[in-house]
Design a protein around this ligand. Structure first.
Ligand code: 6GU
Length: 246
């Protein structure tokens, strides 16, 4: 049983891209996950293969038609497919490690990449899509965001990472930024590695790292220390919007 990703995009040639190399690429070669990129345009029905139209209410840009997107999904996803459908859009809920963990633990994902101004909202809702953003900036399309999401999921699939790297994942689950890292030489350009790291006192090293993690988190990401991202907090979006109480 492997983890399967289907990506619906107007630019299937962008895939697998970086996902075909490095950790994800090796895991794909080993059969631990699969990736299928499907062209949304193949679901168009007119002779110009039209996928978009002007927005009702006016405004700039074009909107992907709901009938075309729905047909693309129907063609790519078998009836009864249990994989969640994720729509990559800057309007989405922020991607967090908690969602990555939930997706990685399931059967895979179907990712819809938006282009132009967006996708008709009716098909987003009719298909129960989870709308996800990867950060507060605007990309020219959802493809790079889909790659980010898939990379984050794939590295959590059992067997993809070695035991040493897997343990590393535990540090982000505490909702703290990582402590700084050092290696040889112990002195470089007159700069010494923090002495505690050379001391061999494991408990002191652990205390120092914890303190550095908390300090850098307070400095750069104080939002991680408040309710939503609290260690052990159950706050946060459910995997599926339809699963939340009305
Ligand atoms: Cl998911 N899509 C686009 N187009 N821009 C984004 C994004 C997604 N997440 C952050 N910016």
């Amino acid at each position: 049983m492997s983890w399967n990703a289907t990506v619906l995009t107007l630019f299937p040639g962008m895939f697998p891209g970086p996902l075909g190399t490095s950790l994800a690429g090796r895991a794909m070669e080993r059969g631990l996950w699969s990736l299928e990129a499907r062209d949304i345009r193949d679901a168009a029905t007119d002779r110009h293969r039209t996928v978009d139209d002007t927005p009702f209410g006016g405004g700039a840009g074009m909107v992907l038609r709901p009938d075309v997107v729905d047909a693309a999904i129907a063609a790519a996803v078998p009836e009864g497919d249990a994989r969640p459908l994720v729509f990559l859009t800057p309007r989405g809920v922020p991607l967090r490690q908690s969602l990555v963990r939930q997706l990685a633990a399931g059967p895979g994902v179907v990712a819809l990449c938006g282009r132009y101004e967006g996708v008709d909202q009716r098909v987003v809702e009719a298909r129960g899509m989870i709308e996800v953003s990867i950060g507060d900036y605007v990309l020219s399309g959802g493809e790079l965001a889909a790659m980010v999401l898939l990379d984050a999921c794939v590295r959590l699939i059992p067997g993809v990472m070695g035991a040493a790297e897997s343990a590393e994942e535990e540090s982000f689950s505490s909702n703290l930024l990582e402590y700084p890292h050092y290696t040889r030489p112990a002195e470089w350009r007159g700069l010494r590695v923090p002495e505690v790291l050379l001391s061999g006192h494991h408990a002191e090293v652990a205390r120092w790292r914890r303190e550095r993690s908390e300090a850098v988190t307070r400095e750069r990401r104080p939002d991680l220390l408040t309710e939503q991202g609290r260690p052990g907090s159950t706050a946060g979006a459910p995997l599926h919007p339809a699963a939340s109480p009305a």
